[in-house]
Design a protein around this ligand. Structure first.
Ligand code: ATP
Ligand code: ZN
Length: 286
């Protein structure tokens, strides 16, 4: 194999750190910096292109890059012919409609006949159509949040994560139009050797993601409670049980999911578990 897989990532901005850490967690060394456009990975046949996020879908469609890390919001707005392969768990935000707190627009139906400023005209027009709202879309490329204050629009449709930008501009959120996070996108016609590299990378990404969503748990349990406790801990196959030196007690090892983590811990304690240790998992290979 002589060809590198080419990946497009954001040059700088909100997706940069997440993209670089994910590659690192996949065991791929990238010595970036120096404002380079393109860098060769140290230990994986991967070439990294640093670009503006808005250009990534088009470059991937046109096979300038084979794959890319980019926000779902950008993928939806650019509407290029690419495949979205995997959500990446970073760059989480939402595209939302918002209006000035003191305006007469208090729900999306109040947007009829109004002007909305956005950098996402395609997504917004589809949303308005679906909701049967007739409004004018004013496309602007940045600082959307100031549009109502300067009289450019009555409302906005912009990206929100914490909501602090909306708050400091005295805007209140009306409705979420789209939820977004970074995704891995791919060109539709990868040659077989590149597809093979992509499959390897995807396998690593999935292992990293799975590990992040799970924790290793160790605890001590009275033997008469083992059945109840093991019932709470399905694990990858089933929990490991080892006898403790103290009679009548065992050590139980398993994996639990982040999503119902605290719930499970409470149940474990109720069932007599003691000395509960929770340990992060680095990679999880199924
Ligand atoms: P570029 O110069 O690459 O065009 P940009 O100004 O478009 O940069 P950023 O503000 O860095 O981009 O945002 C990049 C992506 O990060 C967004 O498209 C979105 O997917 C994600 N994101 C996450 N949270 C937010 C947020 N609060 N505001 C804006 N984007 C966010
Ligand atoms: Zn951008």
């Amino acid at each position: 194999m002589n060809e590198n897989l080419k990946i497009a990532v954001q040059k700088k901005g909100r997706l940069y750190e997440g993209s670089m850490s994910l590659l690192k967690e996949c065991g791929i060394e990238v010595s970036n910096g120096n404002n380079q456009l393109r860098v060769q990975a140290g230990n994986f046949p991967l070439e990294i292109f640093f670009l503006r996020d808005d250009d990534i879908p088009e470059y991937v469609q046109d096979a300038v890059a084979d794959i890319g890390f980019v926000g779902e919001n950008v993928v939806a707005e650019k509407n290029k012919d690419v495949i979205s392969l995997e959500k990446l768990g970073f760059g989480k935000c939402r595209l939302s409609l918002a209006s000035p707190g003191n305006s007469s627009i208090n729900s999306i139906s109040d947007l009829n006949g109004k002007k909305i400023a956005t950098s996402y005209p395609l997504i917004l027009s589809l949303f308005l159509k679906e909701k049967n709202i007739q409004a004018t879309i004013q496309e602007i490329s940045g600082s959307v949040e100031i549009a109502p204050r300067i009289g450019l629009a009555d409302a906005i449709c912009d990206l929100v994560s914490s909501g602090s930008t909306l708050f400091s501009n005295e805007l209140s959120e009306l409705q979420t139009v789209l939820k977004s996070e970074a995704v891995l996108i791919s060109n539709k016609n990868l040659p077989a050797d590149k597809q093979e590299l992509l499959d390897k990378l995807l396998f690593r990404i999935r292992s990293v993601k799975k590990a992040k969503n799970n924790k290793y748990v160790l605890l001590n349990a009275p033997n008469e409670k083992l059945d109840d406790i093991c019932g709470l801990l399905p694990g990858m196959k089933s929990p490991t049980i080892l006898p403790l030196a103290e009679k009548g007690w065992s050590s139980v090892h398993s994996v639990i999911n982040e999503s119902d983590f605290w719930n499970v811990i409470e149940q474990l304690k109720k069932n007599g578990a003691q000395g509960i240790l929770i340990i992060p998992i680095e990679k999880m290979i199924m």
